[in-house]
Every structure is written in C-alpha cells, then in structure tokens.
Design a protein around this ligand. Structure first.
Ligand SMILES: Nc1ncnc2c1ncn2[C@@H]1O[C@H](COP(=O)(O)OP(=O)(O)OP(=O)(O)O)[C@@H](O)[C@H]1O
Ligand SMILES: [Mg+2]
Length: 137
C-alpha cells in the first residue's frame, strides 16, 4: 500500500494529518500498539520538522507485510551539521516555533529511538529527505 501526503508550508494546524492517517491504517491492519506508537511518533516529529524548519514538502508511506517505510522530503535550508542536529537538546527553532511548544531539540533523537532504520539526506540550501523504516515483526 502506498500513500502520499502534502506538507504545506507553515501549516502547523494541519501537522499530524499524515501520522493520524497512518495510525488509523495500521490499527485496521492489526499492527500491535507498541509498533503503531513508534511509527506515529517518528512520522509526527519528521512532519513537524518539515514545517518548523523548512518550507513543507511531501510524505510518501509504503506499508508492506511486516514493515513501514516513510519518506519525508522537504524544500528548505537543509541541515548543515547532522551530528549536531541529532544531539538531544540542540535546536535552531525560531521564537515563533518555540511559542507553539516545539524546539526542545528532541525530535530527531526521538525519531532515531523509535525507528529501526533512519537515513537523512540533506543538501544545504535545497532541502532534507528523512527516510524511516519500522519493522512490525
Ligand atoms: N527538515 C529540517 N530542515 C532543516 N533543519 C532541520 C530539519 N529537521 C531538523 N532540523 C535541524 O535540526 C535541529 C534538531 O531537530 P529536532 O527535531 O531534534 O529538534 P527541534 O525540531 O528543534 O525541536 P523539537 O523536535 O524537540 O520540537 C533543528 O532545530 C534544526 O536546526
Ligand atoms: Mg523537531
């Protein structure tokens, strides 16, 4: 099964749409709650990052027997230093983003913890693609 979602620039209100939809689908498929939770946490954080730090983009989700692959691709500034970005508590979130309750610098570390595979492809000045895989087995 393949699903695509748009991530609209600056649209925090709509954030979480993809992760909610994926949650419903995985429930229907009978995936166990612990793996649903891991998947949804990771996708939500990646979705928010594409809105908070970039200018939106697209989400592609593939669900197969036993696994889900989620690709969140944005247009934006890219991540100049991925090692720094992966550190707990490191954030460049703007004051406006912090007012909305984001910017603790925990999103990427949480994605790492909750996925089985994580790949970040980024090009400064162009954008970032985050590929996350969770195995249900
Ligand atoms: N899609 C992205 N485009 C550009 N920079 C990003 C992107 N995702 C993350 N970053 C950079 O990596 C930093 C760390 O991201 P992370 O998700 O861990 O924390 P945060 O988004 O700042 O805060 P939190 O996720 O806790 O609300 C961000 O502050 C930002 O500098
Ligand atoms: Mg974040």
């Amino acid at each position: 099964m393949h699903y695509t979602f748009d991530i609209e620039r600056g649209n925090f209100t709509d954030a979480g749409r993809a992760s909610s939809s994926v949650k419903r689908t995985l429930k229907h498929l009978g995936v166990d709650p612990a793996n649903i939770k891991r998947t949804v946490v990771a996708l939500f954080e990646a979705e928010i990052n594409a809105i908070a730090h970039a200018y939106g983009g697209t989400i592609d989700v593939d669900i197969d027997e036993g696994k889900i692959v989620m690709v969140v691709a944005d247009h934006g500034p890219g991540i100049p230093n991925i090692d720094l970005a992966m550190q707990e508590g490191w954030s460049t979130a703007s004051p406006q983003v912090r007012e909305m309750g984001y910017g603790a610098g925990m999103g990427l570390p949480n994605i790492k913890k909750n996925t089985d595979e994580l790949k970040i492809d980024t090009q400064v000045g162009v954008g970032t693609t985050v590929t996350m895989t969770v195995y249900f087995a």
